[in-house]
Design a protein around this ligand. Sequence first.
Ligand code: PGA
Length: 249
Amino acid sequence: MRKKIVAGNWKMNTSISKGEQLVVEIVEKSKGINGVLLIVAPPFTHLTKVADKLGNTRVALSAQNCAAETSGAYTGEVAASMIADAGAKYCILGHSERREYYGETDETLNKKLAQCFANNLIPIFCVGEKLAERESNHHFEVVKAQLSNTVFNLSEDDFGKVIIAYEPVWAIGTGKTATPDQAQEIHAFIRKTLAEKFGAKASDTPILYGGSCNPANAKSLFANEDVDGGLIGGASLKADDFITIAASF
Ligand code: PGA
């Protein structure tokens, strides 16, 4: 059976102390929830402190990005080895905000994927089309290209570890969610696309939905065969909302 996962992408939000409070609350409130892997992705500055609070609890730690290089003269960058050293096990890669505002290309993402695997970080790899691409019915080919230029280059072993997040850019932070049918349709397409390259292994790949997922719509999204959970932005900053989403399977 595929893992069910709910991951919180805090983006550039919370002070360190607020972040610590948030995870303490998440850990406490998640005690009754079984069978779902919970992940939090705070800013870099928070990682070690949040890791201390998480300790051996069931909530895992992720970064939101990592450097494409191993170490050295790359001012402002944070290496995957440092992220792992801080206690994280996961790393979000290729978020649309990184692609759009920081010019991340498939080439950069291939390097970042390699850095993650070299440092035992599991990538949560984001794909998703922009509004104009959806409206012109190009979303399938856009998402396919995002995968075939990156994830397709992984070894079978590494592919077996990766988590995919489908996040339509038009749904991120906009309050507009993909309908459950739209989500299922493209998640099934993503799985089929991955299966064309990696065969049966693709049936084990968690594919998360992201984009204005909230306590009111999570259940209908997660009820779909190929939606294995969510990558949650805004609603992950409130423990109650995050936990309600995690309890929506
Ligand atoms: P949102 O963000 O839930 O605030 O739309 C999702 C994301 O960008 O990961």
